[in-house]
Design a protein around this ligand. Sequence first.
Ligand code: NAP
Ligand code: G4F
Length: 328
Amino acid sequence: MNRMAKTALVTGILGQDGPYLAKLLIEKGYKVFGMIRRYSNPNYDNLDYLGVTKKVDFVEGDMTDESSLINTVRTLRPDEVYNLAAQSFVGDSWQMAKLTTEVNALGVLYLLNAIKFFSPTTKFYQASTSEMFGLGNTNGYQDENTTFHPRSPYGIAKVYAYWMTVNFRESYSLFTCNGILFNHESPIRGIQFVTRKITDGVARIKYGLSKKLSLGNLDAKRDWGFAGDYVEAMYRMMQQKKPDDFVVGTGENHSVREFVELAFHYAGISNWEKYVVTDPRFKRPAEVYELKSRPTKVHKVLEWKPKVSFKKLVKMMVDADLKRFEYA
Ligand code: NAP
Ligand code: G4F
């Protein structure tokens, strides 16, 4: 190991963003430690997909187990901690509100305390989210000044974590920042999320493995970008002289229906209406109807802009799922 290499601890390393961030940090010369929770059979597929599994050092820990976080931070004393771990599926958060709160809210407090007591020079990134805005908007968009009105236990837990992150900065002068990221997707997006559910469903239909695709609210609108672009914004936030909070998004939004239409189109299937059925099971008790960022601050201060357009993103995901089934 290069002794001068910076060190980063990434929680949630096996999810979607973890592997993209790990790849970026490794390319920048970091030594990356990835925290994984105890599993009888952990799944390294996403890290394998990006070719970085062997370049990450794994440490065991769980966001609900304070002592594991203390031990990890005390032992590694990393330069940077990126807290990506979460029960991140909004739809499940009503059924598992307590677990969601323990992981997404209290877990962040434990991690911040571990840094405060055992490694106060460590910089901390919190994976905050546009779900915190919920119904809140300012003339049809959301930015750093928009009021939070979360609509799910997930969003509420994230609001707690957001404010704890701000509070540790204000109370103890720690370097803590929030990236308020709008939806970002990729070929390794979890299968439950609507984009990947659509591209996986389209590929199954294309290869005759499925006849229907069941979805919930087709009118919901999201500001969708590519995960590979968004981890660069996380990194840049942590390189600032002063910690701050940033909204990260594309500045445009599209409906679930538009995503569906394009995905079927790229797979070469006409008449998408023939295959898509709406199922109330996939509707939410309280919906966030529309999210759209105003990313002026991140453009100006971090000089960050997304590289992958909405159309390119849909195509990338459709192509990847078609390829998976081609060899299945
Ligand atoms: P993801 O794919 O669901 O990954 C979340 C990771 O957290 C998984 O690796 C999971 O571990 C881990 N985790 C869950 N519970 C844990 C626990 N108790 N202890 C330790 N690790 C635990 O999520 P993502 O899309 O990469 O998102 C990364 C972060 O950004 C999340 O905090 C999410 O809430 C936030 N965010 C995401 C988006 C987006 O559009 N993707 C937008 C805004 C904010 P397992 O692999 O073991 O399940
Ligand atoms: O893909 P989704 O499940 O993502 P959602 O709820 O926007 O949350 C994602 O983005 C957040 C950032 O804004 C993250 F914080 C969070 O961790 C996660 O990554 O749903 C998107 C929209 C919703 O309006 C949902 O009601 O799609 C709608 N939808 C319609 N049919 C569906 C379905 N969502 C899912 N998951 N499955 C459906 O069948």
